[in-house]
Ligand binder design. Structure first.
Ligand SMILES: Nc1ncnc2c1ncn2[C@@H]1O[C@H](COP(=O)(O)OP(=O)(O)O)[C@@H](O)[C@H]1O
Ligand SMILES: Cc1ncc(COP(=O)(O)OP(=O)(O)O)c(N)n1
Length: 268
């Protein structure tokens, strides 16, 4: 069985972070492992408190995983502080980790800041150059590229700029645009749109976490990046389309929706 490691924060309401990653990786047929960067007291209406792991303890979790069950892919989500980012980067370099997907989580949809302002530079310098692909949403891509993104052409230019600056592929997610759910992948000097039908579901808590961990699962299974992205988009459309409706705010998706066709065959 292929394996994947999520290095991310815990979401007590189960829709984003480590919890979303575990469900997604399991549903995508890989064995899921975790290294928790922080605990959050959070629900569908917002984040109430954050308790970071110490850098030493985060390092110990990563060592425990790599020394025993070497992951076929690694997904990195919420890492709020520079010292934690540095530990992750050092460990991933030391272990020569494969297939690294970085979701540069900065601000939750609810508005809560999940990456300290002074840590953005550390993320750019230490983690992005290790990534096979980085998956910013539009506000995150604006910060990483230093450009305003208002149009499709802006998305193309920002993705190319981020890719060339940090030497990794970029999947710029369009979930924050109003009319569609089209994402743009720029990899190895070539661009490709992944068109997604916008699902009329207000419950989108954890979409970014879910997409990035589905991509990591597909890379762990041996798919090339464009196919890994296509399959991840299909998975997230299924989870959103199942129309789960929980909580008072933007609720979680139904990660364990009834799988059919290709998905069902792969996880058996
Ligand atoms: N309403 C929606 N219908 C279909 N796909 C969506 C919808 N909202 C987001 N997505 C998709 O979910 C993924 C995560 O996107 P996005 O919401 O932009 O990320 P984040 O959660 O990091 O802000 C992308 O593939 C995006 O296209
Ligand atoms: C612990 C934790 N990690 C990440 C997020 C953000 O999740 P994401 O899927 O990027 O976006 P939204 O859930 O805000 O749509 C989080 N909330 N908690």
């Amino acid at each position: 069985m292929r394996t994947a490691l999520s290095i991310a924060g815990s979401d007590s309401c189960g829709g984003a972070g480590i919890q979303a990653d575990l469900k997604t990786m399991t549903m995508n047929g890989v064995y899921a492992m975790t290294a928790v960067t922080a605990l959050t007291a959070q629900n569908t209406t917002g984040v109430r408190a954050i308790q970071e792991a110490t850098p030493e303890f985060l390092g110990q979790q990563i060592d425990a995983v790599f020394e025993d069950i070497f992951p076929d892919a690694v997904k990195i989500g919420m890492v709020s502080a520079s010292e934690l980012i540095r530990v992750i980067a050092k460990k991933l370099r030391d272990y020569e980790a494969k297939h690294i997907v970085v979701d540069p989580v900065m601000v939750a949809t609810s508005g809560s800041v999940l990456l300290k302002t002074d840590a953005v530079e550390t993320l750019e310098k230490e983690l992005l150059p290790l990534a096979e692909v980085v998956t910013p949403n539009i506000p995150e891509a604006e910060i990483l590229s230093g450009m305003a993104i208002k149009t499709k052409e802006d998305m193309l230019a920002a993705a190319e700029k981020i890719s060339k600056t940090y030497g990794c592929a970029v999947l710029l997610k369009g979930g924050h645009s109003i009319n569609d759910a089209n994402d743009y992948l720029y990899a190895n000097g070539e661009g490709h749109w992944f068109e997604g039908k916008r699902i009329d579901n207000p419950n989108t808590h954890g979409t970014g976490c879910t997409l990035s961990s589905a991509i990591a699962s597909n890379l762990a299974k041996g798919y090339e990046l464009p196919e890994a992205v296509k399959r991840a988009k299909d998975y997230i459309s299924g989870a959103l389309g199942a129309m789960l409706d929980l909580g008072k705010g933007s609720g979680p998706m139904k990660h364990a929706f009834d799988l059919t066709g290709e998905f069902a065959k792969e996880v058996r």
